[in-house]
Structure formats: structure tokens, C-alpha cells
Design a protein around this ligand. Sequence first.
Ligand SMILES: Cc1ncc(C[n+]2csc(CCOP(=O)(O)OP(=O)(O)O)c2C)c(N)n1
Length: 409
Amino acid sequence: MTTTNPPETRSDTSLALDEIQRRVLWLATLMVHHANHVRPDRGGLKVGGHQASSASVVTLMTYLFFEFLRSGDRISVKPHAAPVLHAVQYLLGNLDPAYLTMLRQQHGLQAYPSRTKDPDRVDFSTGSMGLGSIAPNYAALLDRYVQGRFGHGGGRRYVSLVGDGELDEGSIWETVAEPALAGLDNVIWVVDVNRQSLDRVIPGIRIRQLAAMFRDNGWHVVEAKYGRRLEEASRRAGGDRLCRRIDEMSNEEYQFLLRAPAAVVRSSLGSAFEGYEDEALPALIADLGGHDFDVLREAFRTADGSRQPAVIFAYTVKGWGLPIAGDPLNHQALLTSEQVAPSAGSSACRRAINGRAFPRSRRPAGCATSVGERWPTHLGSPVPPPRFPMTSVGRTRAPRRRSSPSGFS
Ligand SMILES: Cc1ncc(C[n+]2csc(CCOP(=O)(O)OP(=O)(O)O)c2C)c(N)n1
């Protein structure tokens, strides 16, 4: 049997983003680790933090902040990804490094993104599921009103990064079905489909139903399901059955395969994996669209070009890149010091801790033009607020009508 591993198909920009996301992953992971295992614990209370939930959106957040978002855009970030947001802000030079050791500490970084209490920039507070994630929709509506009424504003895009478990909230569907949103082409939701919510694997069929509900309410639905390497495998002999098999398997089975030995993966997925070496299989089975910059670029391009509100279902692995990846019980799991130690010695981790804000001279190759030039300005130079006559807004009384009993007759 000839054995070949998947070819490197990523673009230069994506390779550069990969260098950045390694730093984001380790900064976010170490922030939580420090809060729980290093900082002296005076009260004896659990500190907490969500390393696995953070890891699942590291690629998405890196893509959004280092390539997609423009100055003036607004974003709401799912509650458990707060450490990722702060890691990104640190790398962008918007957060003092002293805060990296102050996660979940009084006057430090908040457990969930907070507009009022966090020291760096947070566009929308999240935490109560289904509230922060819907706020960008209404902000986009107000933006349209201000633009139409006063001729100011406009041009912003409103992005909401939500967990798949968050779609259980009723407020989400009230918003998705809101007729006033029809035609808002600057709203993009990204669902982090890590198939887990707390310590529960979400049944697969549900995502199909949810996508249909968005579609039925006039949203444009985009899927970022498979990475390039898995797509490549599906084009090999016998590969046609591969994606169909993965599509049809339950989320529980997929989660199991993420951590299964190569022989088990091979026997479950048949001939499509025949050409690959055993050591290539774990990365191949976990090669999902939500961790592939090239796939995400295409998905966001489609969503951004849509004339309706758009939702991207981005498939991810909860705990991606960490020893707890794909473990169904990883929701509140914290890496042990022994698990962190080998990584802490790795170059990616050292660079994460020491590499501040990517000075020009140290930017990864490929970033200088397409990615790099955006960094210092992204969200850092706010678009000035529109000027409109505050005195008259909401203060002009409608003429009073006198009620009279005859009104009921
Ligand atoms: C209104 C509300 N209900 C319950 C919770 C508790 N809660 C926090 S996170 C979470 C599940 C999150 O699942 P998901 O959205 O899939 O995110 P992830 O698993 O990626 O963290 C729940 C139920 C909450 N924060 N807000």
C-alpha cells in the first residue's frame, strides 16, 4: 500500500494566520490556567474558565480579527470565548499585558465579555445566552434608521459569534423571525458548531433543522463543514462515500472517532483513508471548515455578498489543539499543569507569551501586506458617531388626545 499524507494546500495568508492562531490559542489557554493553577487562591473558591469552548473558536476569531473585520464593524462574542477575545486584543496591542494574569479577578478581565467592566474594547456584553448574540441585529436596525433618517452612519457590518447550544434560546428565534431584519445585508451570524453544549453532545439532526429555520425566515445559510484536506480525501477513490458517511453519522459517533485509534477510524470510514499513514488520520478526521482559513474566507465572502442577513454554520472541534480536544466531558475541564508543561516549552507557546502585538519586524511571512497592514488600525480607530439633533430625538411630544368615556361606546 502506498502511503501519502495530505498535501499542504493552504494559501500564504492562511499559513500566516495559522502562526497567529497558535499564539491566540496558547494565550487564551494560559490565561485560564494561570487564574486556576498559578495565581494564589486566597478564598479557596473555584475560579473556572472554559479552555475547550475557547479553543473551538480560535480559528474563527483569528480569521475575523486579523482578516475580515474592518474599522467600524461591530462584533458580539460568545460568553465562554472571553479569553480568546482578550488574547486577540493583547496581540493587537489593545490590552496591557498585566491583565493576562487577571482573568476572573476583581478589577481584572471579566468571566464573560463586558462592555462596562473589561479594560479592552468589547462591542456587546454577552453572558446571558441569547441576549448578547442578538444585540448586533438590533444595532444594525438602528444603524439603518439613523442612516435613513439623518443621513449618517452606515457601512458597518454586524457580526455575532454564537455557540450552537445558544440556539436553544427562545430569544434567538424571535430575532431570526423578525420581519424588520429582512434585507439587512450587513448582519452575519457565525455558529460555532462544536456539537457540544455543556457536557452534552448535540444530536446531529438538529443542525439541519436549525439551518432550515434560518432559511425559512429569509436568512442566507452558508456551511463551513469540511476542511480542504478532508475534501481532498473525499475526491480520492472511494472518497465519495466518505463525506456522506460523516454527514450521516451521529454527532456522538463523530466525537468518538476524534479520539479513537487510527485502526478504529480506518475500519469505520472504509477505503477513503487507505492511502493515508496512521499518524495523519487524527488530523484528517478533525479537519473541519471552522478550522480552515481558506474555507472560512470563502464562507465569509459568500455571507458578506448576500443581500439578506446571513448565518454561517462553522463546524469546529471543542478543545481544538489541546489534549482535551473532542472529549465529550471537556466543557469545564482544565488542563493540568503536567498537560500544560510540555506545551509551555514549545515555541508556539513561548512566542504567545513573549510576542507582543507583532511588531512589523516580527510579523510572520505573508502578513506584511494582506493581513499585517490591518492590525494596528482594526477597530482601533473608531468611526466617529453620527451627529444628529439629540434635542429633538424622542422629545417631541405627540399632541395629547383627551380620552373620553364616549371613546368606548
Ligand atoms: C440564559 C442562560 N441560560 C443558561 C446559561 C448557562 N450556560 C452557560 S454556557 C451554556 C452552554 C453553552 O453551550 P454553547 O453555546 O454550545 O457554547 P460552548 O459549548 O461552545 O461553550 C449554558 C447553558 C447562561 N449563561 N445563560
